[in-house]
Every structure is written in structure tokens, then in C-alpha cells.
Design a protein around this ligand. Structure first.
Ligand code: ATP
Ligand code: MG
Length: 146
């Protein structure tokens, strides 16, 4: 089992797509094991996307990410990192495959609905950026409750 960090970005939350985004992941057997709504500060957005700090789109990206609330989730499943990225589609919606979230709902290369960790190393940084250990309830843990 693998865990990955997903963010439903402010454009998708504002456009009423939260349920549909979660539905698509659940339909592919990815389990939500942590979830919260957050409105990032400028510093928090900059810290999260620090790998892009020298990119020309960095300022615009962080401005977009603080434009409204987003929803952060930890998704768990076999090869969750790779499979979430496939369901998201390419960064640019014009290049995203048919049936992907970004192809369906993104309105630009920036306002592209969803973030997903791009590697195990990224997930290791990104999951604790949003969630404490107590806020993540892995599937194995749930089986023990009853
Ligand atoms: P994410 O990291 O959000 O999952 P990604 O891995 O597909 O997306 P990155 O290259 O990591 O793409 O870029 C991070 C985000 O920055 C993109 O999702 C998009 O919102 C924004 N972005 C990327 N490239 C551009 C660009 N050329 N112009 C404007 N915004 C961009
Ligand atoms: Mg990325």
C-alpha cells in the first residue's frame, strides 16, 4: 500500500467539483484516509511549492493557490502515486488524456483542478505538510474498529 497527497485546488472547490474529484478517485479503489479543508496563507503556499520557487509561474501559482479554500487528502492504494497522476492527466489540460480530471475540468495550465504527489520523496514531504500522524487513518487501522 502506498499513500499520496492530493489537493483539490481552489478552482475546483469554487466550481463545485469537490464531490466529483473524490468520486473519481474512490471509483478507482483509492481510499481517502485523511481529509481537510484549508485556506492556505501566502507563506504556506510558497512552502508547499518551494521546488518551483525559481519558475516564472511561481508567483502566479501561489497567488492562485491562496485565492480560496482547497481540500487536502491523503489517498491510499496500490501504486497510489502513479495512479493518481494518471487520473489527474497532464499539467496542461490541452495535453491531458481524454477522461482525466484535468481534461474534463481544468480551465488553464494553472487552474488545473488537482495536485498529486509526483514521487515517493514528494509524498514524504507533502503528506506531513498538511497532516499530523493522528489525522491519517490507514485502511488497516479502520479494520480494527468495530
Ligand atoms: P501539481 O504539482 O500541482 O500536481 P504538476 O505536477 O502537473 O502539478 P508542476 O510542474 O509541478 O505540475 O507545476 C505545479 C503547478 O504549477 C501546476 O499544476 C500548475 O497549477 C502550475 N503551472 C505549471 N506550469 C505552469 C505554467 N507554464 N504556467 C502557469 N502555471 C503553471
Ligand atoms: Mg508537481
Amino acid at each position: 500500500m502506498e499513500q499520496t497527497l492530493v489537493i483539490v485546488k481552489p478552482d475546483a472547490v469554487a466550481n463545485g467539483l469537490l464531490g466529483e474529484v473524490i468520486r473519481r478517485f474512490e471509483a478507482e479503489d483509492l481510499t481517502v484516509c485523511g481529509l481537510k479543508m484549508v485556506w492556505l496563507s501566502q507563506k504556506e503556499a510558497e512552502g508547499f511549492y518551494q521546488v518551483h520557487q525559481h519558475q516564472p509561474f511561481f508567483q502566479s501559482l501561489t497567488h492562485f493557490m491562496i485565492s480560496g479554500p482547497c481540500v487536502a487528502m491523503v489517498l491510499e492504494g496500490e501504486e497510489a502515486i502513479r495512479r493518481v497522476r494518471t487520473l489527474m492527466g497532464a499539467t496542461d489540460p490541452l495535453k491531458a488524456a481524454e477522461g482525466t480530471l484535468r481534461r474534463s475540468f481544468a480551465t488553464s495550465i494553472e487552474k488545473n483542478v488537482v495536485h498529486g504527489s509526483d514521487s515517493a520523496a514528494s509524498a514524504t514531504f507533502e503528506i506531513p505538510y498538511f497532516f499530523s500522524r493522528l489525522e491519517i487513518l490507514p485502511k488497516v487501522g479502520r479494520g480494527e474498529i468495530s
